[in-house]
Design a protein around this ligand. Structure first.
Ligand SMILES: Cc1cc2nc3c(=O)[nH]c(=O)nc-3n(C[C@H](O)[C@H](O)[C@H](O)COP(=O)(O)OP(=O)(O)OC[C@H]3O[C@@H](n4cnc5c(N)ncnc54)[C@H](O)[C@@H]3O)c2cc1C
Length: 379
């Protein structure tokens, strides 16, 4: 095995998080190889693309992480756009959360970050909103990006431009390790060959499937079904984020509707009549007129969830193996900060006190182990 091949860092999973990290590291001159079982199953091609730490009502460390990422997104996206030549469809369109009454609005976890709307103001922001919604919160700082059609593709193209190697249709079957040290992976190639790749470092970012490679990771799938509608021109300017259903208007009038949240579905593939009815009822409850707009596409995917619905970032129990998984319903939002933190860990770059605190807060073993004296760097 040539020493230089061993030095290539493996990205185990070519979804949104894997591509974001590959891009960040390749930009720093690192040799990176992405191993991807199936491009189309990545949640990065499923998500609605909301950038919504406030509209989602995130709290504590996850809110901090989300806000940090949101602040980095414009620069991050600009960089990807200029490397790839693809416009990623970033829209600072604001997100409106409707409420049935002012007391539920005012007790929303992120209410202090939003602008209070009464019924008249709510109707102005979301023309046609159903009458039961009496008030709302407008989070102007939240937005969206066209992950399915643009961001994923732009990341792939930018990565290739920076020399990242891709292996599509390759399944990582097993991690090789000895004395708590990562040593490589066993893969099955698209042509069915079983091979060993000897490597010193890898990032495990296999989304909802992460714990099939490392069983100690408490990651499980939460299935989500989606659909899109073709709305009339300028029908909706802002994202509307109701309880259980949201509508995300793209620039070209396509409206992404999401999403079911099915914990018991496991990895069961496909649309279900129940899930699709739930979306239709959700549209009726939120914006009844939208049920007259023609459906364009229906799809589903699996969110990588952890027990506290927050990601696992940084070191693993194996030296040389890094973790970036469990981003659940906020992986698009969190991709920018995840890539930046992972770059610093992997390249052993200086990290600030607050970054250190974040890495401790999102360590993989936080569910089982005292956080005291936790170390966040692998070397
Ligand atoms: C319905 C839905 C709506 C969402 N909406 C939003 C939203 O509006 N905003 C937001 O911020 N986030 C949203 N998300 C969440 C976001 O999509 C995810 O958090 C994010 O995509 C996770 O990225 P990932 O790279 O970890 O996983 P993925 O994008 O799922 O990629 C994982 C990849 O790993 C590969 N893989 C798995 N196992 C192996 C193996 N053994 N060998 C090789 N490859 C392997 C898979 O083939 C896959 O391509 C949504 C998710 C869903 C499902």
């Amino acid at each position: 095995m040539a020493e230089s091949a061993k030095e290539t860092l493996l990205i185990l999973g070519g979804g949104l998080i894997g591509l974001s990290i590959a891009y960040e590291l390749a930009e720093q001159g690192l040799k990176v190889e992405v191993l991807s079982r199936q491009r189309s199953e990545a949640a990065g091609f499923v998500a609605a693309g909301m950038l919504a730490p406030h509209a989602e009502g995130l709290t504590e460390n996850l809110l901090t992480l989300g806000q940090l990422s949101l602040s980095r997104i414009p620069t991050w996206v600009n960089k990807i756009q200029s490397h790839s030549g693809i416009n990623c469809g970033l829209r600072h369109c604001g997100i409106v959360v409707p409420f049935l009454n002012t007391s539920t609005r005012d007790s929303y976890p992120t209410a202090p970050f939003g602008q209070k709307l009464n019924r008249i103001q709510l109707e102005k922001e979301i023309p046609g909103i159903a009458p039961q919604w009496q008030c709302g919160l407008l989070f102007e700082q939240d937005g969206q990006i066209d992950n399915r059609r643009r961001l994923m593709r732009a990341l792939e193209k930018a990565c290739v431009g920076l020399g990242v190697q891709f292996q599509e249709g390759v399944e990582v079957l097993e991690l090789i390790h000895s004395s708590k040290k990562f040593q490589g992976v066993i893969i099955r190639t698209a042509q069915g060959e079983i091979k060993e790749l000897e490597r010193k470092q890898a990032v495990l970012c296999s989304g909802a499937w992460s714990n099939t490679l490392l069983q100690e990771l408490p990651i499980f799938p939460v299935k989500g079904q989606m659909l899109s509608l073709q709305g009339p021109k300028d029908a909706l300017q802002r994202v509307v984020f109701g309880p259980g259903t949201y509508l995300v208007p793209r620039e070209d009038g396509l409206i992404i509707v999401g999403a079911t949240s099915e914990q018991n579905a496991g990895f069961t593939e496909g649309l279900t009549p129940l899930g699709q009815r739930q979306l239709q009822n959700g549209i009726n409850d939120l914006l009844p007129i939208a049920n007259q707009w023609p459906p364009m596409e229906r799809w589903w995917g699996f969110r990588p969830c952890s027990p506290d619905e927050a990601p696992l970032l940084g070191i693993s129990s194996l030296k040389g193996l890094w973790l970036a998984t469990g981003h659940h319903r906020n992986g698009v939002l969190l991709a920018a900060i995840t890539a930046e933190l992972m770059k610093k860990c992997i390249l052993n770059q200086p990290i600030s006190n607050s970054e250190n605190q974040i890495l401790i807060a999102f360590q993989w073993n936080r569910f089982t182990k005292s956080k005291k004296n936790a170390k966040v760097m692998n070397e």
